[in-house]
Design a protein around this ligand. Structure first.
Ligand code: GDP
Ligand code: MG
Length: 780
């Protein structure tokens, strides 16, 4: 039978893992391997995806992905018990001594100069928390060259010559996602002095899978067993010394959240890096396993490619495993001759025959066999995990069949209410007051000093309003990211993705895009910035493209102004209608692009559902600060220059005389483009001027209109109802403001941002045209 045919609460044993290419590799990497037991926990409220439990952790799969896995059902009484359960043993203290713990005598010449550490680990293993503990406040955020996968660097507190680089959270070193590729390239090419591998000790089997692969890289390494507070709190324990013996690297139990054991971790990390103490063991295949089929295969290949490995600088054992896994990139880098490849192929085929498993599954199986053995010997499982029970209870409500979606809507609404109406608004007003105060003082000062009128206007109207418009975003961004990081750190974000996945699948996205899209209703800038957490480039680009269709809060003043002027009695219908129109346009665009530009599937939904955890205040504050800084640094220049340029255009004519806006370069430009809007019914140059200034900030459409038309009465007389609808439609959909475009440039490059602006204007024109034609047709 197939995995999706299990019923809730039932357990099955995996017989065969289907699928192909990197998806299949990902299945295997996540622990879905033959012989392994898997239980179905629940279906998402909409019936898809499904939550499973495997290797002691929770995993989600879509129905169609589950269909690729064959199982047999097993009776619940026959389930393998856990022998280690509640065995009595001493708890290891934080920083207990062990063989690899005692800093060994010097073997190599110590490395001089700067030391770099790569911090690698699964998602949710506490990487960010540990990174913040290690580096304190001296860190900077960047992107890996060529891809938008974020990384952070920082120096370790008290060790000026030690730098840590926070690699993205990954499950494996297979080239499945950008993150995995980037991490692997970083370690292979940039050669950090040592790796700090952080492992979530409450979910140790799954986490050690990455450790196995990191060990193969033959780089000095220490293992940080994180979340030891939870393990011990539940009566569990880990025999650290035994684990060190088996892995032959230093293992340090820590609690990153409580800053326990971190100092010892630093000492050991610096020691292995300085003296370049490589892992004592890279070999995890067993002679006795199935007649040693895989063992023989791997070692034969290792001999065959020895020289290729040293020439290309790819560690030997790692290269051999990747060849068996059929990793095209590594095979190419190794530069293996065709004839050699044929011989290797024969060796692998022989292994597959003897092992009765295909190549990728055999490697994954080997790693899990070792991990199971290691855990059996070293891990004393807690009786029941309080955190697990708590998560199950919370999940009964948060992902419950009838409660999940209402709660999700309530959570998002409260976040919006607090951000835009309460906290954000308060800080925004405060900022505005301060800037206005400064502007007034500055104006007085400049008048006193008898400064030239043009310069005065530039400073007071151009620069101050420019700075003001940039700063006005900051409170919103900071507060929204505050809430977003709470959602993310607590573990609720993955549940949202789980619950909403089925809906978003319909438009070609995955559940993870829902949050950026919803944030778009508040402000496109943080929405676009938050797409960085999406796992595939395609999803990221497509989500960024759809975000501007979500009517952001800065468009509200435009709607409000027009409904007040034209349709006072039915204002809420019109405004509601506009929001709805935005969503419909997004859906239509998504459906069209799903089959054209963004052909292909949303990323598979093989995702871990971590336990709910209390977010660490330090992480949250750090993120708020990072995002604000990031926004200010990158967007300031563009927005600022944009403002000054528009100011110049608005106040000068071509002979550089200061003139009234009506005679300015901007007005002239607007009258050039005005004919484009003729078919839409608003060919007046003043309307196009307003639209141009709206590129800076949507609110300024209204202020420009009021200045140019003089009074609302004149505006009302010069626009018909149909023309007004058409104008509103255009405002809803045309280019996002300059701050949002700057954010797109940051995520998707200059080309992406220009494409988006053009595309968005085009869609706006077409929809407005349809709107006008329809309304004229029905005789409004
Ligand atoms: P990352 O995804 O690997 O960067 O993980 P984070 O650092 O964001 O941590 C994930 C969650 O685990 C957060 O809610 C942290 O507060 C929590 N956490 C991190 N370290 C510890 C720890 O040592 N003990 C406990 N109980 N929780 C922790
Ligand atoms: Mg993190």
């Amino acid at each position: 039978m197939l995995l999706n045919e299990l019923k809730v609460g039932e357990t099955g044993k995996i017989i065969k893992v289907g699928g192909s290419g990197s998806l299949r590799q990902h299945f295997l990497d996540m622990g879905l391997i033959p012989e392994c037991e898997i239980s179905l926990i629940k279906f998402a409220p909409l019936g898809d995806p499904i939550e499973f439990r495997i290797h002691g952790y929770e995993l989600t799969l879509r129905v169609e992905e589950a269909k690729q896995i064959e199982i047999v059902r097993i009776d619940s009484d026959h389930k393998a018990g856990n022998e280690n359960e509640s065995m009595d043993a001493e708890h290891p203290g934080f920083g207990e001594d062990g063989i690899y713990h005692e800093l060994q005598e010097v073997k190599n010449e110590p490395l001089t100069g700067k030391i770099t550490f790569a911090l690698a680990g699964n998602q949710n293993s506490g990487k960010t928390t540990l990174f913040n503990q290690l580096t304190g406040s001296n860190q900077h955020v960047g992107n890996f060259p060529g891809v938008t996968v974020e990384h952070k660097r920082g120096t370790i507190i008290g060790h000026e010559d030690c730098e840590v680089i926070d690699l993205p959270g990954i499950y494996s070193l297979s080239p499945y996602s950008d993150e995995e590729l980037v991490s692997r390239k970083y370690i292979l090419k940039e050669k950090p002095s040592a790796i700090i591998n952080i492992v979530d000790a409450t979910n140790i089997e799954r986490n050690l899978y990455l450790t196995m692969q990191l060990l193969e890289l033959d780089v000095p390494m220490v293992l940080a067993l994180n979340m030891m507070d939870e393990v011990q709190g539940n009566g569990g324990s880990i025999l650290i010394n035994r684990m060190e013996e088996m892995l032959q690297i230093p293992v340090v139990p820590i609690s990153a959240a409580r800053n326990e054991g971190v100092q010892e971790l630093i000492d050991h990390a610096i020691h292995v890096a300085r003296y370049q103490e490589k892992p004592g063991r890279k070999d995890f295949c067993d002679k006795r396993d199935h007649g040693g089929a895989l063992h023989r295969c791997l070692h034969t290949i290792m001999h065959m490619i020895e020289d290729h490995s040293s020439e290309s600088g790819i560690p030997l054992r790692f290269a051999a495993s990747k060849i068996v896994e059929n990793d095209a990139m590594i095979i190419e880098d190794l530069n293996i001759h065709e004839k050699e490849m044929k011989a290797i192929e024969a060796v692998i085929e022989q292994m597959e025959e003897e092992r009765k498993l295909d190549r990728s599954a055999a490697i994954a199986d080997m790693r899990y066999i070792f991990i199971n053995d290691l855990c059996k010997k070293t891990v004393i499982k807690p009786k029941v995990s309080k955190e697990r029970l708590r998560s199950e209870k919370i999940d009964r409500i948060l992902t419950g069949k009838y409660t999940a979606i209402p709660i999700f809507i309530a959570v998002m609404l409260s976040i919006f209410y607090l951000t835009f109406n309460v906290i954000g608004a308060f800080f925004q007003d405060l900022l505005e007051e301060m800037i206005n105060g400064l502007a007034v003082k500055c104006e007085l000062l400049l008048t006193d000093m008898n400064v030239n009128a043009a310069l005065k206007s530039l400073i007071c109207e151009g620069i101050f309003s420019g700075v003001g418009s940039v700063l006005s975003f900051v409170p919103i961004i900071v507060i929204l990211f505050f809430f977003l990081s709470l959602l993310e750190d607590s573990g609720y974000m993955t549940r949202i993705a789980f619950v909403m996945d089925k809906l978003l699948r319909k438009i070609g996205l995955s559940g993870r895009s829902i949050v950026p899209l919803l944030v778009g209703f508040g402000c496109s800038v943080p929405a676009i910035m938050s797409t960085r957490t999406l796992p595939s480039k395609r999803d990221r680009k497509m989500t960024i493209m759809l975000i501007p269709f979500m009517s952001c809060s800065a468009k509200m003043p435009i709607y409000y102004f027009f409904v007040q002027t034209f349709f006072k009695d039915i204002s809420w219908i019109i405004i509601g209608g506009l929001y709805f129109l935005g969503i419909i346009s997004a859906i239509v665009v998504a459906l069209i692009s799903k089959n054209t530009v963004f052909k292909g599937e949303a990323v598979p939904f093989v995702m871990e559902l971590p336990n709910y955890r209390m977010p660490a205040a330090k992480n949250v504050l750090r993120l708020m600060w990072d995002k604000a800084k990031d926004f200010l640094q990158r967007a300031f220049t563009i927005i600022f220059v944009g403002t000054v340029v528009i100011w110049v255009l608005e106040h000068f004519d071509f002979r550089l005389n200061m003139v009234e806006p009506a005679d300015s370069i901007l007005a002239l430009l607007a009258s050039f483009i005005a004919p484009i809007f003729k078919p839409l019914g608003f060919g007046d140059w003043r309307m196009s001027t307003a639209l141009l200034s709206g590129f800076l900030a949507k609110e300024s459409v209204v202020s420009t209109l009021s200045v140019l038309f003089g009074s609302t009465a004149i505006l009302r007389d010069s626009l018909s109802t149909v023309e007004c609808f058409s104008f509103l439609t255009f405002c809803l959909l045309y280019t996002p403001c300059v701050a949002a475009v700057a954010a797109v440039k940051r995520e998707d490059g200059v080309k992406g941002s220009i494409q988006l602006v053009i595309f968005q204007c085009l869609v706006a024109w077409i929809v407005a045209f349809i709107m006008k034609t329809l309304l004229t047709f029905i005789g409004l």
